[in-house]
Design a protein around this ligand. Structure first.
Ligand SMILES: [Zn+2]
Length: 271
């Protein structure tokens, strides 16, 4: 067990998911008990953004993003940009635009629509000087090109749930992006290639996340026979990454928490 004096910051939890409807408050509380004090709720469309903002009223240590995931891009209307702008400006705990980006892996929205909706959100973030919570799968070249066209300061971007190859990582690091690492890295079947890459991420650019309820770390899934991930498992992910990097759990927890506070522009609990 770790001392709960060590505080962790989970940059990505899909807390509005119906998978949490029965025990959401209990899970946030159990995460806090093991040190996961702060969580950013990931929003993936306009309705989820609204739901996330409602959850903020209930949980004082939580934050949220406002945005549209590439899967949902086909439902995104021009006036939704004004909605995202309004909620970002009016809520001190809405701390980033996103999750937005490109996903050519599943293509749930047509690619031209994905690009259009992504660019609209890049332009909004640029205009607001807002941090960006970014998603990319199998779309690296288009993704980098659009970022370079529309974003002037990459220290305001995090490529969340990075699962790519060495060259992609190198590009993001050279651009100056933050990198989000999930429990994907704990999976000996599909996360192996990430292990030697972890050390390439500058210590001040690494962020950690569960992406719950998805991506339960494989060693936990084997133990408890549940497929549902939860924010308290950030402790296990942090432990695993710290071991790989050869640093202490407390050091990695503290470093990634400081990085999160800086990235999301959170000072004294408010941006
Ligand atoms: Zn994502």
């Amino acid at each position: 067990m770790h001392s709960s004096a060590v505080k962790l910051f989970d940059i990505g939890v899909n807390l509005t998911s119906s998978q949490f409807d029965k025990d959401r408050a209990a899970l946030v509380e159990s995460a806090a008990r093991v040190g996961v004090e702060n969580i950013v709720i990931t929003s993936t469309n306009v309705k989820e953004t609204q739901n996330a903002i409602e959850l903020l009223a209930e949980f004082p240590n939580l934050y949220a993003t406002a945005g549209c995931h590439p899967h949902d891009a086909k439902e995104f209307l021009p006036e939704h940009i004004d909605f995202l702008q309004r909620v970002y400006q009016q809520n001190s705990r809405v701390v980033a635009i996103g999750e937005c980006g490109l996903d050519y892996n599943r293509d749930f929205s047509p690619r031209d629509i994905q690009r259009l909706v992504f660019v609209q959100q890049l332009q909004l973030a640029e205009q607001l000087h807002a941090p960006l919570f970014l998603h990319q799968r199998d779309a690296h070249a288009d993704f980098v090109q659009l970022l370079q066209q529309h974003i002037s300061d990459f220290s305001k971007t995090v490529v969340h749930c990075f699962t790519g190859e060495a060259q992609e990582l190198q590009t993001y690091i050279e651009m100056g992006c933050y990198i989000g690492i999930t429990g994907w890295v704990c999976d000996e079947r599909r996360g192996q290639h990430l292990l030697p890459l972890l050390a390439n991420i500058p210590a001040d650019r690494l962020l950690i996340e569960t992406d719950a309820p998805y991506l339960i770390p494989r060693h936990i899934q084997k133990k408890n026979k549940s497929r549902r991930n939860q924010p308290s498992y950030l402790v296990d992910i942090c432990e695993f990454i710290a071991q790989q990097l050869g640093i202490s759990f407390a050091q990695l927890a503290s470093q990634t928490r400081q990085n999160s506070l800086r990235f999301f522009q959170i000072n004294n609990n408010y941006k």
